[in-house]
Design a protein around this ligand. Structure first.
Ligand SMILES: NC(=O)c1ccc[n+]([C@@H]2O[C@H](COP(=O)([O-])OP(=O)(O)OC[C@H]3O[C@@H](n4cnc5c(N)ncnc54)[C@H](OP(=O)(O)O)[C@@H]3O)[C@@H](O)[C@H]2O)c1
Length: 501
């Protein structure tokens, strides 16, 4: 277990949604598990003026709402000792000077400080500017780090301008770009799976792999986030960030070591090797659609255009699929298909790797249907799992084959369950960048999707649609290179499932 130096965690937007639902519960759980550094204080910064006592009561309410089964009383008492509060009304010109005096002048707060921006992205540069202006980002008394939440820009240009704003006061080592998706155990397991097992390495290339599919589907709609979502759309919200990150983990070369910079160097190389999509080829590489009304879990749900906060002529995509090629020795010619959608049949995330057919189909006579290639599948949500499909002989006198799924689900019932934010908060306090994005990763990921965003932004008259509760639009199949490629919707063996759409 790592020993983390005494530190102060300053949360901007402490009464906001992210802090309430994720950060404060994660910190409390770390307290219960006795994983927080002994000398660590949490300074909540929020726009309302409140006393420390009132804030501690508010935190108690947040935690009771999150854990209705009850709190661990001794852990909660310890947690309250760490909690401090600073009112930061936007019109108070002295607020940042007071914050500086509190942190650097009161002698109460450990000088290694992490500033967590749990505020809308448009506010990051302004807050960083104010912190820089009062001298809170100078690393003279201790380390000063800033955690920022996605989205890191809206497109390539805005990402570059956000970066320019941040680097006026910060160097790259001080910036922690958080993508909670990368903190999930299964995502890290892609690295363990690849680099702790030699078995697959000889097969992990264009000679044996037919294609790779990465899916994130949600049965939920926009759920109160219509304002944000209608501006962003599925390609920005999921593919530019999370799914391209998963692609880098599947495709990267083994790093020199697991040190943060070595890992991030290899991920960037993959993004740089992705073949640029010219604007006139966008339709061959990308597909978008919007959900119409349908039925999910037996209940009727409205279409996207009927959602509150969405304009009736919106062409924002709630489904996006992308085909990319990684032009390097390992992956040349292997398509990577990425897709995401809201209001789909099921909520799930998975990486599915389909292998090539054997060079000769010796068992053609012993099958009733088409050949079944091998698949390796890593389930991320709702359950972590690892499955591999192979062909075996059906018991009996005839030489018939059947597909068998080797289910290497590694999570045991009593394995500790944790939220991605718990690990990521500890990493930020410890200064470990491994699971945070470096700026060049962000910029190269924007370069991949930027041509698609540009074309879609120009084509505002028409968007394909799909019924809520389905697996997405039929037209998406035009992205596949061959007729025997199809979206894998389920990790279970079932002919109907495999071909269903
Ligand atoms: N919510 C999630 O589950 C989630 C998931 C992933 C990423 N994120 C990212 O996390 C960040 C925060 O998200 P959120 O959902 O918590 O946002 P939010 O609820 O819209 O806003 C968070 C807080 O920011 C402060 N704030 C907003 N406007 C302000 C203004 N004009 N002046 C001063 N303070 C202002 C407020 O803090 P106080 O109320 O404390 O004054 C507000 O409660 C965003 O960058 C978002 O993209 C959120």
């Amino acid at each position: 277990m790592k020993t983390i130096a005494p530190s102060t965690l300053v949360i901007f937007g402490a009464a906001g949604n992210l802090a309430r639902i994720k950060l404060i519960p994660a910190l409390y759980r770390l307290e219960v598990a006795q994983r927080l550094p002994e000398e660590m204080l949490i300074l909540s910064v929020s726009t309302e003026a409140r006393s420390r006592e009132v804030w501690i009561d508010a935190v108690g309410e947040m935690l009771k709402a999150k854990y209705p089964e009850g709190l661990d009383a001794p852990a909660f008492a310890r947690f309250c000792q760490r909690l401090h509060y600073h009112g930061n009304p936007p019109d108070d010109l002295t607020a940042y000077d007071r914050l500086k005096t509190l942190i650097d002048g009161s002698g109460k707060f450990p000088p290694n400080v992490v500033f967590y921006m749990a505020v809308p992205p448009s506010m990051f540069p302004g807050i960083v500017d104010r912190l820089g202006d009062v001298g809170l980002l100078k690393q003279t008394m201790g380390t000063r780090r800033v955690v920022i939440e996605k989205p890191f820009g809206y497109d390539l240009l805005s990402a570059q301008s956000l970066q320019k704003g941040l680097t006026r006061h910060l160097d790259e080592q001080q910036i922690f770009r958080i993508d909670h998706y990368l903190g999930k155990g299964t995502v890290q397991n892609v690295m363990v799976f690849r680099f702790a097992n030699i078995l697959l390495e000889p097969l992990w290339n264009r000679h044996y792999i037919d294609h790779v599919q990465i899916t994130h589907s949600e049965s939920l709609g926009v759920d109160g986030r219509a304002g944000y979502y209608n501006e962003a759309g599925a390609l920005r919200d999921m593919i530019q960030s999370h799914l391209l990150q998963l692609l880098t983990l599947v495709a990267m070369e083994p790093p020199v070591s697991m040190a943060a910079e070595h890992l991030r160097d290899e991920k960037v190389k993959v993004l740089k090797a992705i073949r640029p999509i010219p604007q006139n080829a966008v339709h061959a590489h990308a597909f978008r659609a919007q959900y119409t009304s349908g039925v999910i879990d037996g209940k009727p749900v409205p279409g996207y255009l009927e959602e509150r906060g969405v304009s009736a002529d919106s062409t924002t995509e709630t489904y996006a699929a992308l085909k990319v090629f990684v032009d390097n020795w390992r992956w040349s010619g292997v398509p990577f298909y990425l897709r995401t959608g809201k209001r789909m049949a099921e909520g799930s995330s998975a990486i599915c790797i389909r292998f090539r057919n054997p060079p000769q189909d010796l068992l053609r006579q012993s099958r009733h249907d088409h050949s079944h290639p091998n698949w390796i599948m890593l389930g991320i949500q709702p359950n972590d799992c690892l499955k591999m499909e192979i062909q075996v002989k059906e018991p009996g006198l005839e030489l018939h084959t059947r597909t068998l799924s080797l289910d290497a689900t590694y999570r045991k019932q009593d394995d500790a369950d944790y939220d991605a934010y718990e690990g990521l908060l500890l990493d930020a306090l410890d200064g470990d960048h491994s699971l945070f994005l470096r700026y060049d990763e962000v910029e190269w990921a924007w370069r991949v999707v930027d041509p698609v965003l540009k074309v879609w932004a120009m084509e505002r008259e028409f968007i394909n649609n799909y019924a809520a509760g389905s697996w997405g639009p039929r037209g998406t199949y035009r992205l596949f290179d061959r007729e025997d490629q199809f979206w894998r919707h389920s990790l279970d063996v079932s002919g109907a499932d495999l071909q269903a759409y």
